[in-house]
Design a protein around this ligand. Structure first.
Ligand code: AMP
Length: 616
């Protein structure tokens, strides 16, 4: 429980520990706490400074590293040694990000592999995890300076669409910065906490959280009922944000400059980027922007900008429509819309969102701070306060394992609430089998080959038993960070093995969308293929079990039964080779009719198990 006494103006403090909330943003990052006296969430700032710390790192040639506001001027003067938008590279390979290389002033390494991308600064190579840890370490030290106490525990937010690899990367960055990351939560969920907390006694309602930040867009549909937040669906795009609006203006200005035969260098682009952002912010409150750049008059009107930006806004609206569809809701079901992210300050964004949802929008909190404030509330819950608030998120893709015939057996379906768990029993297909390969997949397709492999492990130490006798329970536990723990346990002997699934390298948003789209387009063909594969697997199991049975109990089966069974097996084997699931079912039925009388007479548990249940 919070035994904290702190005076933020004098900095005096006595406390056991402080858990902070951190919004590690693409453009800006910040840190917030629950004020011990007012019991309200506040973003931390040093005297006369901003709460936002620009997510920018500059490496000086004397070894000095500047972070935040101090690093900003170097975007222009020393762009190759100045890192920004590092969040876009978290958990990604070079192939994932090469289309963006052109906009980044610094060097990312093309190692022609699927490995995580590295950034080169002078003769050193950094991972996005290390670079993010610099930002987190800076936030930590600022917080310690302000609070006058060590800060070692944090809740960090990530975009709703971050996959396991990206969440793990964020957690690792925290660890590198000396922080114990107690929880990774989705940004829209954090924002809804910040907004929802004072509304918890009201009637149940459905809320849309529209979050357009510097580099990412998220839409979350959630339900708020008696203080419980439940995320119904999420959608978004990690490649759509304020930066993209800036680029439109950069390109607009470049055209003007090119008309005046000005050469565009990397440095020019960086300067234009800052000018474009200034223009964009200016146009949120004014109708025109103009500036002199290298003796050229650059101007853009609000209408010109809004026309250029229409396609970007439409993209966000498409995501909103998809999220509603996933939640099984209509626009009219949404009672409130929460605005998050600095880019929602643009009037055209507010207008478009109001038009789409046909309801008033909630933008009373500072859109730049709201995510960190929500993270602070979550930190407060973890500190033992506010226990009546629960957080439920959903998983964007189904999780399952491969079963015989290369089929996907889903244990945790897409859009399941997390934390969540599921368990199912499997058995062996060979006598004396002591090992089983457990392969974990993510995706919506019926065949694992079309899904994404997350991990594979060999469960060994199964005591030798007849095929079908071992009862192997596979359980999945998806924790609140979206990290999956897989456990295999042979129930008769109690032998068990646990592994944590931390994929080396994750999916991009586009890939997630592509996978969902492919699953819809291929649903019918997949279903047909699945039933064929299932029929074949069933046939193979029955042939195996019947042969096994005959061998063990030969003396108890009549000669006629043996001949009839052998013929029926030959027939089934021939038909399995054809692509006709109905014919396979008929042949199975025929074999069953022949074996049923003696099987019923002599059935033992081993064979009865072998005749039913899924096998890996
Ligand atoms: P965030 O990631 O939430 O910090 O969002 C920062 C983004 O909001 C940047 O792209 C900023 O340029 C943008 N932004 C901040 N203030 C304004 C404004 N007044 N008008 C338009 N965009 C803004």
């Amino acid at each position: 429980m919070a035994k904290i006494s702190i005076n933020l103006s004098t900095g005096s403090i006595q406390q056991d520990e402080m858990i902070v909330g951190i919004d590690l943003g693409t453009t800006n990052s910040l840190i917030a706490i629950i004020h011990p006296q007012t019991k309200n969430a506040v973003a931390l700032k040093e005297h006369n400074q901003h709460t936002l710390v620009p997510s920018i790192i500059h490496f000086g040639n004397n070894g000095q590293i500047d972070i935040g506001e101090a690093a900003k001027p170097y975007l222009e003067s020393d762009s190759v040694n100045t890192i920004f938008s590092i969040k876009r590279l978290m958990g990604k390979s070079y192939a994932d990000v090469k289309t963006d290389e052109h906009y980044l002033g610094y060097k990312i390494i093309d190692d022609n592999s699927d490995k995580l991308v590295k950034i080169q600064v002078a003769d050193k190579f950094y991972s996005p995890i290390e670079l993010s840890s610099f930002i987190l370490a800076e936030l930590k030290s600022r917080a310690e300076h302000i609070l006058k106490t060590p800060v070692t525990k944090a809740v960090i937010t990530v975009p709703a669409y971050f996959n396991d690899a990206q969440r793990q990367a964020t957690r690792d960055a925290g660890k590198l910065a000396g922080l114990d990351v107690l929880r990774i939560i989705n940004e829209p969920t954090a924002a809804s906490l910040a907004y929802g907390i004072d509304k918890k006694n009201q009637e149940a309602k459905k809320i849309a959280v529209y979050d357009l930040g510097g580099g990412t867009f998220d839409i979350t549909i959630l339900q708020l009922d008696s203080g419980i937040f439940e995320v119904l669906s999420t959608n978004g795009n990690t490649y759509l944000g304020g930066d993209d609006f800036d680029r439109l203006i950069v390109d607009f200005f470049i055209k003007i400059l090119q008309e005046h035969k000005i050469t565009i260098t990397n440095g020019t682009k960086q300067t234009l980027r800052l000018l474009a952002e200034q223009a964009k912010k200016h146009l949120s409150a004014n109708d025109n922007f103009s500036a002199i750049f290298q003796d050229i008059h650059l101007a853009i009107t609000k209408t010109e900008f809004e026309n250029l930006a229409k396609p970007l806004l439409q993209k966000t609206m498409l995501s909103c429509a998809k999220a509603l569809q996933d939640a099984g809701l209509q626009v009219s079901d949404i009672e409130e819309v929460v605005m998050v992210g600095g880019s929602t300050r643009m009037p055209m964004v507010k207008n478009a969102v109001t038009d789409f949802f046909k309801t008033t929008i909630d933008d009373s909190l500072n859109p730049d701070e709201v995510v960190a404030l929500g993270a602070a509330w979550q930190a407060d819950v973890l500190a033992g306060n506010n226990q009546e608030i629960l957080l439920l998120d959903v998983t964007p893709l189904s999780l399952g394992i491969e079963t015989m015939g290369g089929l996907m057996d889903v244990l945790i379906p897409r859009n399941s609430k997390i934390p969540s768990g599921a368990a199912r029993q499997y058995t062996t297909h060979a006598d004396g089998q002591t090992k089983m390969t457990i392969t974990v997949y993510q995706g919506e397709r019926d065949l694992v080959i079309d899904n994404r492999k997350l991990a594979e492990f060999i469960f060994d130490g199964i005591p030798g038993m007849p095929a079908g006798l071992p009862k192997v329970e596979i359980s999945f536990r998806l924790n609140a960070d979206g990290i999956l723990n897989v456990k295999a346990k042979e129930l008769r002997s109690g032998v068990e093995q646990i592994m944590q699934v931390q994929p080396q390298y994750g999916l991009t948003d586009a890939e997630v969308e592509e996978m969902l789209m492919a699953s819809m387009l291929n649903a019918k063909a997949d279903m047909q293929l699945r039933s064929l594969v299932e029929a074949r697997t069933e046939a193979e199991q029955i042939i195996f079990a019947t042969k096994n049975f005959m061998q063990k109990h030969q003396e108890m089966i009549t000669a006629e039964e043996i001949v009839a069974t052998k013929n029926a097996i030959d027939n089934l084997q021939n038909i399995v080779a054809l692509d006709d699931k109905n014919a396979i079912h008929h042949a199975i039925e025929h074999l069953n009719n022949i074996s049923r009388p003696y099987a019923e007479r002599l059935m033992d548990t081993a064979v009865s198990s072998a005749l039913s249940g899924k096998k890996i």
